[in-house]
Ligand binder design. Structure first.
Ligand code: BDR
Ligand code: CA
Length: 313
């Protein structure tokens, strides 16, 4: 039986590739729905981007919901400087003919988790954790019903990417992240420590372009655009491909290594707001709430991506 997931996301070229990886893996993964959150760009644009990706992949049947328009406490900080004005710059994707569903994304999360049997739905969070945090506040009864949360966010050994201390998804809504990390739900974190190993080198991008399908070409065009900022910033051969690691972990956990630790979120300090405080060496005695991934096999990761995206239109 494929594993049921809901993708909470702000696409985002790397979010888009994550969605495509899930859709290219129907034997293992059943995407129940996609919920957009404010993050890389405004939430309605993120929803439009999700719809574009579903049409590209020939899956207009998957419902898309619009979630929260802003973080719990702070003003929304967006990332057009990385993802472009649309959040999905690069390929020339058609305006979607499908539209988001009427129900609010937070209510969709709550209703779905109440309807599906306990412990059978995994949440894949690829953006700020606002929708999940809000859902937990609005309906605490759903918390024990979640099988697992696998999220992209944070960093320890690599530090932050928005500030020296904070990674974008956590930085945008640290209060929501705090709610999630205190929830007691089993959490797996894909931090920058992992995604910084998954570089979109030119030969890897060419593998997508030469797949012979429109998904492969669109993916190459997304990554051509996406990696320019980080290549210049870090001086690496490619940019880190963050969010697809979440889906790759579900498909092939053996590609990654990590350990069970406590992760806490800094919400108070101006200097380090949004920092994931990872007790990697077990010095605090705080309860272990996270499977924290530290490294991954990048060749295996790109082989998986190429294999699964080759099955799409
Ligand atoms: C995260 O921030 C976003 O810009 C990316 O899509 C990814 O989810 C990386 O810090
Ligand atoms: Ca994202």
């Amino acid at each position: 039986m494929p594993r049921k997931i809901i993708i909470d996301t702000d696409p985002g070229q790397d979010d888009a590739v994550a969605i495509l990886l899930a859709l290219g893996s129907p034997r293992e993964i059943d995407v129940l729905g996609i919920v957009a959150v404010a993050g890389n760009v405004q939430v309605h644009q993120n929803a439009t981007n999700a719809l574009k990706i579903l049409e590209l992949a020939g899956r207009p049947d998957i419902p898309v919901y619009v979630g929260c328009e802003r973080p719990m406490r702070h003003k929304l900080f967006t990332a057009e400087y990385i993802h472009g004005k649309t959040g999905l710059d690069g390929p020339d994707l058609a305006e979607p003919t499908i539209v988001p569903r009427d129900q609010h994304g937070v209510d969709y999360l709550i209703e779905t988790l109440r309807r599906e049997p306990t412990g059978t739905v995994t949440i894949c969070a690829l953006g700020p954790l606002t929708n999940l945090g809000m859902a937990f506040v609005k309906a605490p009864d759903i918390v024990p019903r979640i099988q697992e949360i696998v999220l992209m966010g944070g960093g320890l050994f690599e530090g932050g990417n928005v500030t020296p201390a904070a990674e974008f998804n956590i930085y945008v809504d640290p209060e929501a992240a705090d709610v999630v990390f205190h929830s007691g739900v089993p959490i797996t974190v894909v931090p920058l420590d992992v995604s910084h190993m998954m570089l979109t080198t030119q030969p890897r991008i060419e593998r997508f372009r030469s797949l012979g399908n429109k998904t492969g070409v669109a993916t190459a065009e997304m990554l051509d655009f996406f990696d320019r900022f980080d290549k210049a910033k870090y001086g690496w051969d490619g940019g880190p491909l963050h969010d697809p690691c979440v889906i790759a972990y579900l498909l092939k956990p053996g590609l990654f290594k990590g350990r069970h630790v406590n992760v806490a979120i800094e919400t108070q300090s101006d200097l380090t707001r949004g920092m994931t405080v990872v007790d990697y060496w077990g010095v605090t005695g705080r309860v272990k709430n996270t499977n924290y991934l530290r490294s991954g096999d990048s060749d295996g990761f790109y082989d998986l991506l190429v294999e699964r995206l080759s099955t799409l239109p």
